[in-house]
Ligand binder design. Structure first.
Ligand SMILES: Cc1cc2nc3c(=O)[nH]c(=O)nc-3n(C[C@H](O)[C@H](O)[C@H](O)COP(=O)(O)OP(=O)(O)OC[C@H]3O[C@@H](n4cnc5c(N)ncnc54)[C@H](O)[C@@H]3O)c2cc1C
Length: 418
């Protein structure tokens, strides 16, 4: 870490030690963070930040962890939406939404994936048609994390089906509380309800809610995805009106964090838990178990150092690059290895879940949740493609549909015989 980053970390530590108080309500803590700029340090000073470089922002996150303070509000709106707006949105949109995000008054979700469009996101079919000052939205989204809590959403919809698939998409901020949006839960094998499917039936969004250019949504969406692959948030409470966390004390949030992790509301580093369970089951002296624990620790450490290296490669204004895909694959590998080593350590206990099982059931839960990390935010295979094309400069995959009007493509429901 450069001396300059050390200085920033020390400054953040000083501020956090002075202001962190477990008795504070979440909304008051977030107000302090928003107004001091420490909550979103890489955002500009004008917009609740400190204009710090990304490696300096990482040093600030380390300070939060050291003090044990909860981070700024952390829905996808704050993590991905805010930086996307700062890159692409008009001033009126920044004025309207950045305060809502920074003070944690809103929770946003991300309406990108559809049943026929995940890896091939540009093939999406949810359509928005202009009517006066509004757009009328019809279609279906799926795998939407947190839609059940969301006040607004980042919506990618097709606004020009006559243009080739990447050129007819528009990025909107849509209000969730309206009759045209029906959110249905998807229950997972880990017993959590992390994501949903959503049906849009004549839902409405204003023309003034477009982020970037009309039909220019693809480049805006790429910005969102690059921030998604970057990772690195400090565990926090959930913002917005529907989760009723704003009036909890921050101390209650810290106490409830472990329970929240079990319920899929966030994942802290898990290697210490694997080591604790090995000790609890008196397996820590077994040479094979020790070797596996060392392997797990080494991978987690490599991931941490790789994260520092990629953040120090960035400079203010550049945003995260395709190198974020390397970190994303490393996190998938860590998730799989944690599942394997955790189950080896647990043995027959791995078949039990619940708070009275070794480790409080965290390893069992992590094992059941592990497949998601190699899919969410773009699958491992897609990350390999990105690294091949944009990092290593290898030839692009052949694309036959890049110049064809979307309407003529046999994709999604358009592939059905007429
Ligand atoms: C935990 C979790 C949370 C999520 N949250 C959200 C959310 O909030 N919002 C949202 O919009 N989406 C969300 N998603 C959806 C996620 O982005 C998609 O599932 C993902 O992009 C993959 O798309 P798909 O499921 O349609 O699979 P497909 O694209 O159908 O892929 C199926 C398989 O084919 C492979 N494949 C496809 N194309 C290629 C290619 N060109 N080269 C090599 N292999 C290929 C894939 O790697 C995969 O193995 C979430 C998913 C998960 C697991």
């Amino acid at each position: 870490m450069a001396a300059e980053d050390d200085a920033i970390r020390d400054e953040a530590l000083g501020w956090l030690r002075e202001h962190w108080n477990p008795e504070l309500r979440v909304r008051d803590w977030w107000t302090l963070l928003a107004e001091s700029g420490w909550g979103f340090p890489s955002w500009p000073r004008e917009w609740f930040g400190r204009g710090l470089r990304s490696e300096q922002a990482a040093a600030v996150r380390d300070a939060f962890r050291e003090v044990g303070a909860i981070g700024p509000p952390g829905s996808l709106g704050q993590r991905l939406g805010g930086p996307t707006l700062l890159t692409h949105a008009r001033r009126e949109i920044l004025e309207q939404f950045l305060p809502e995000l920074a003070y944690g008054r809103e929770y946003w979700c991300q309406y990108f994936s559809e049943p026929g469009a995940g890896s091939d996101l540009a093939g999406l079919q949810t359509r928005a048609v202009r009517e006066g000052d509004e757009w009328i939205v019809n279609g279906q989204k799926v795998w939407t994390s947190g839609a059940q809590y969301a006040d607004r959403a980042m919506l990618l919809a097709r606004t020009d089906p006559d243009a080739p698939k990447h050129h007819g998409l528009t990025y909107f901020i849509i209000d969730m509380d309206q009759p045209g949006i029906e959110v249905r839960p998807l229950h997972q094998m880990n017993d959590a309800h992390g994501f949903n499917e959503t049906f849009f039936t004549d839902a409405r969004v204003g023309n003034d809610r477009i982020v970037g250019q009309l039909n220019g949504g693809w480049s805006v969406a790429l910005t969102t995805l690059m921030y998604e692959r970057g990772g690195g948030a400090v565990p926090s409470a959930h913002p917005g009106k529907r989760l009723a966390m704003l009036d909890m004390t921050v101390g209650e949030v810290v106490a409830g964090r472990e329970r929240g992790e079990r319920e899929g509301l966030g994942m802290a580093a898990i290697t210490p838990t694997v080591i604790d369970v090995a000790r609890e089951l008196e397996r820590e002296t077994d040479p094979v178990v020790r070797q596996r624990l060392a392997q797990l620790h080494a991978l987690e450490e490599v991931l941490r150092l790789g994260g520092l290296r990629s953040t120090s490669a960035r400079r203010t204004g550049e945003g995260p690059g395709p190198g974020g895909s390397v970190g994303k694959i490393a996190r998938s590998n860590l998730s799989r290895l944690t599942r394997e080593v955790g189950m080896e350590v647990l043995g027959a206990n791995g078949m039990l879940v619940g708070p009275t099982t070794p480790g409080g059931g965290r390893l069992q839960h992590a094992a059941l949740s592990s497949p998601g990390s190699s899919i969410a935010g773009g699958t491992d295979e897609i990350q390999h493609n990105i690294i091949g094309e944009r990092v290593l400069g290898l030839p692009k995959e052949p694309r036959l549909d890049a110049d064809v009007p979307f309407r003529e493509l046999k994709t999604g429901t358009q592939s059905r015989p007429e």
